[in-house]
Every structure is written in structure tokens, then in C-alpha cells.
Design a protein around this ligand. Structure first.
Ligand SMILES: Cc1cc2nc3c(=O)[nH]c(=O)nc-3n(C[C@H](O)[C@H](O)[C@H](O)COP(=O)(O)O)c2cc1C
Length: 193
């Protein structure tokens, strides 16, 4: 099923300037089906989640972040694995998105995930944790393909382009499936609040 344009808000779980995961996002932007418009939402200036802060109303950057998520048709998370899980900065952003309780902005949101790590796990454990977190967020993760870019330091060239044919092919497959996933879920999704 190929229908209209899909706005895909992407979040990268690394703040590093030469992040392999941001290179993976740049590759995704280049190889995505034409109808997917992928753009990054930055999370680096979001304050640490704190219920005291939240009680005073969402800080402006948080409100902007949540509004941008709300406008998206799908979300793509591209993240490294830190200590067998997702990085704290990403968890912080998702904690803000999950609030207020029962009104997560990611509820019913089609969500794709990928990751690159320098080791052999290729972020497999981080992605499993992310799937678990999606339960509380109410986001609906695409089941497959799973994209784990293993030994990632060797799989990008000097321009930051993904050169591994298998990882590249899986990335293309995931993006095509994410478009179909968004078509299917958004047809059933309740109208915006
Ligand atoms: C705090 C920290 C924890 C890490 N833990 C893991 C890990 O559990 N598994 C893994 O495969 N790589 C781990 N790494 C290595 C990352 O895969 C590597 O730093 C990767 O390049 C980070 O992604 P980035 O290039 O997008 O910043 C860790 C790195 C850091 C800084």
C-alpha cells in the first residue's frame, strides 16, 4: 500500500558530534522512499525531567518537542546502546513525552527503531529495552525488520555514509515498512486531542 506523504520525526539517542547513529539517520534520509519526509527533533537542550518542573507547566522546549511529536505521522528512533540499554538523554526525552500520565503524546504512534554500536550487539539490548518502554508510551513499534548495525566503526565511510550492503538493504526495508505501518495505524488512530 503506497499512499500520501508521511512526516517522520526522528530522534537520535547520541549527542556526540560525530555520532555513528546520526550518520545512520543521514543515510536513512537519503535512502527513504520519497513519500517519507524525515527530520530530526533535537533532544540535547531538554531539561532533566522533574515533576516539580512539570507542575509549573511544560518548559517551552519541552512543549515544542511534544507539539512536534504530536504533528508527526510516525517516529523513528536511532540510538546507540549505553550499558545494555538506551542512553539517559533519550530516556529523558521519552519520559517527557510520556506525560501527563495516560496522555502520552506517543500514544498509538507508529514507531520505527534502528541502531549502530561499535560492538557485536549492534544495539540489540537497547532496542529490546526501547520496545519495553513503548508499552508505557503507548507507541506501536514496527515488529520487523530489526536493524542492528554491528561493528559500526567499520561500516561508515569518511563522509559518514553507511557502506555495508546488508545494513543498507535492511535500512531501506525498515523505512518502506515504516511507511506502510504508518498508513495502517493512522487509518485507525483517533483524531488529535
Ligand atoms: C556510556 C557508554 C556505554 C556504552 N555501552 C555500550 C553497550 O552496552 N553496548 C555496546 O554495544 N556499546 C556500548 N557503548 C559503545 C557505543 O556503541 C559507541 O560509543 C557508539 O559509537 C555510540 O554511538 P554514537 O557513535 O552514535 O555516539 C557504550 C558507550 C558509552 C559512551
Amino acid at each position: 500500500m503506497a499512499s500520501g506523504r508521511i512526516e517522520v520525526a526522528a530522534i537520535v539517542g547520541s549527542l556526540r558530534q560525530h555520532s555513528l547513529n546520526r550518520s545512520l539517520l543521514q543515510t536513512a534520509m537519503l535512502v527513504a522512499p520519497e513519500r517519507l519526509h524525515i527530520y530530526e527533533l533535537s533532544i540535547d537542550r531538554l531539561p532533566f525531567f522533574n515533576e516539580d518542573l512539570e507542575r509549573q507547566g511544560d518548559p517551552p522546549l519541552v512543549a515544542e518537542f511534544k507539539a512536534a511529536l504530536d504533528r508527526a505521522d510516525a517516529v523513528l528512533i536511532i540510538t546507540p546502546e549505553y550499558s545494555y540499554s538506551i542512553p539517559g538523554v533519550l530516556k529523558n526525552a521519552l519520559d517527557w513525552a510520556s506525560r501527563p500520565v495516560g496522555r502520552s503524546v506517543l500514544r498509538h504512534m507508529p514507531l520505527g527503531m534502528m541502531g549502530a554500536s561499535v560492538g557485536r550487539s549492534g544495539t540489540m539490548r537497547a532496542q529490546l529495552h526501547l520496545r519495553q518502554i513503548c508499552v508505557q508510551l503507548g507507541a506501536v513499534p514496527l515488529p520487523e525488520p530489526e536493524v542492528y548495525v554491528t561493528f559500526a566503526a567499520d561500516k561508515f565511510n569518511a563522509l559518514g555514509e553507511l557502506t555495508d550492503p546488508t545494513a543498507l538493504d535492511l535500512t531501506k526495508q525498515l523505512l518502506t515498512r515504516l511507511g506502510e505501518w504508518a498508513d495502517m495505524l493512522n487509518a485507525r488512530r483517533p483524531p488529535p486531542r
